[in-house]
Write a protein that binds this ligand. Structure first.
Ligand SMILES: Nc1nc2c(c(=O)[nH]1)N[C@H]1C(S)=C(S)[C@@H](COP(=O)(O)OP(=O)(O)OC[C@H]3O[C@@H](n4cnc5c(N)ncnc54)[C@H](O)[C@@H]3O)O[C@H]1N2
Ligand code: MOO
Length: 417
């Protein structure tokens, strides 16, 4: 049986989950990590007037070389209104508006000044050391569109555009549920057979980076606990219930049994290894996404399915860069489901190579931190020899890649216009 593809899984999740509608106004400085919900047009040109880029003397380029009378003084924040005559120069500071009628600034190091005059020995080009009005952007320029993630650099651009408050989508509300009798919280001594609960911290942080409000709960591996959990009266208050564990074929995999029997199952298992153990369902007005307990498998499902899906709920798209490269080593196994290998990128004279010499097991997570790219081995492949050209995907947030998301192309509507 062929499991559904990663793309089909994302499409099903998006189809069954309403995207966020509510927006809120936040001060610009508190918008980091949020998602813009309005179109931003520049309220003024940047810069708003022609200004000096140097401390020196403003003059008319055509009059150079020559000796100029220093007829005035202007520093940043002032405007010189006094009329000037031919042969006048104005002492000007960096950032000050260029006085009317003048078209160049000569930096003070390049001239000689004495007793109210300045000697300019060289020919000065018009526009020298002048930053033109609107040279960064003219007034009214569309600077950003809904769906853009706001990081420090975007916040700087919005400040330049004149915005103090902006509309952002409300935070995603996510109920994160880990399951397993063997799990204890880090910070405690491990008892026999116990392991640390990695997924609670890992997925809390991943969701937090998406700007989500996250509530965390842990369930023991009992049927009663799973039923009691799904009987919570407040499930519809969450955009997503994200569970980990109990989604395979073991005797204690109660989560998947519950979803199969009581919920509207959207899919169970996908064409992705590791991470094939994943299910999704609609239940009591919310979407349940059940990831594997194995942290390495759950992370693969995160990058390939959960992250693109959640970003879509924010009216955004994940900028995944697809590239081609060659395998550095033989990959010795046959591949049933589409396989995603964590790899480092290596530049060689004949192009990019994928170094897959990292542990690839479903329980490993340290290798995600080390990886630059996920390499795709198509399903049904025989062993793949070194040198074979494959696709690599640079997924935002993987390894050292910067997490961001962007306005969707052809955005149809701005909720605030
Ligand atoms: N007979 C079969 N057995 C298994 C199959 C299969 O197809 N047939 N698939 C294997 C694959 S692949 C995976 S992945 C796992 C998926 O299992 P579950 O999603 O049901 O997860 P659990 O059984 O609850 O746990 C798996 C593994 O991960 C550890 N774990 C669980 N939660 C956490 C956590 N929060 N933090 C850290 N580690 C966690 C757990 O102790 C187990 O070692 O099934 C295979 N079996
Ligand atoms: O199903 Mo497991 O989730 O492939 O590693």
């Amino acid at each position: 049986m062929r499991y559904i593809s990663v793309e089909e899984a994302i499409a099903l999740l998006i189809h069954h989950t309403p995207p966020l509608q509510e927006t809120e106004w936040v001060p610009l400085t508190q918008s980091s990590g949020r998602t813009l919900a309005m179109t931003i047009t520049a309220q003024s040109a940047a810069p708003p007037f022609a200004r000096s880029a140097m401390d020196g003397y403003a003059l008319k380029a055509l009059d150079t070389p020559g000796t100029f009378r220093i007829a005035g003084y202007v520093s940043a924040g002032e405007v010189l209104t006094k009329p000037l005559q031919a042969g006048d120069a104005v002492r000007i500071m960096t950032g000050a508006p260029l006085p009317e009628g003048l078209d160049a600034v000569i930096e003070q190091e390049a001239v000689e000044q004495q007793a109210g005059v300045v000697h300019v020995a060289q020919r000065v080009q018009p526009g020298r050391n002048v930053t033109l009005q609107g040279s960064e952007f003219p007034q009214g320029t569309v600077l950003m569109r809904p769906g853009q993630r706001l990081g420090s650099l975007q916040i700087g651009v919005l400040a330049l555009g004149g915005y103090a408050h902006i509309a952002v989508y409300r935070r995603l509300r996510v109920l994160l549920v880990t399951s397993g009798d063997e799990l204890i919280d880090p910070g405690n001594a491990l008892g026999p057979g116990q392991i640390y609960n990695v997924n609670a911290s890992l997925f809390y942080s991943l969701l937090h980076e998406l700007g989500a409000d996250v509530t965390v709960q842990h369930l023991p591996d009992t049927l009663d606990a799973v039923h009691e959990f799904f009987n919570r009266p407040d499930l519809a208050a969450y955009d997503l219930v994200l569970t980990t564990g109990g989604v395979s074929v073991g005797d204690k995999d109660h989560i998947i049994h519950f979803l199969q029997q009581r919920a509207q199952l959207l899919f169970w298992r996908t064409d992705m290894h590791p991470g094939k153990s994943i299910a999704a369902a609609r239940y009591q007005g919310t979407t349940i996404l059940a990831l594997s307990g194995n942290p390495g498998a759950a992370l693969m499902s995160w990058y390939n399915i959960a992250l693109p899906f959640l970003v879509a709920l924010l009216h955004a798209q994940l900028p995944i860069e697809r590239m081609s490269g060659r395998l550095l080593q033989d990959f010795p196994k046959k591949t049933r489901e589409t396989r995603f290998l964590r790899a480092k990128l290596i530049r060689q004279p004949d192009g990019w190579y994928f170094d897959t010499n990292l542990p690839q097991q479903s329980d490993r997570i340290t290798t995600y931190e080390a990886a630059d790219v996920l390499v795709v081995i198509p399903h049904g492949s025989p062993p793949v020899p070194a040198g074979t050209v494959l696709e690599g995907r640079k997924i935002p947030g993987l390894g050292s890649l910067h997490l961001t998301w962007l306005a969707r192309e052809n955005i149809a509507s701005d909720p605030n216009s």
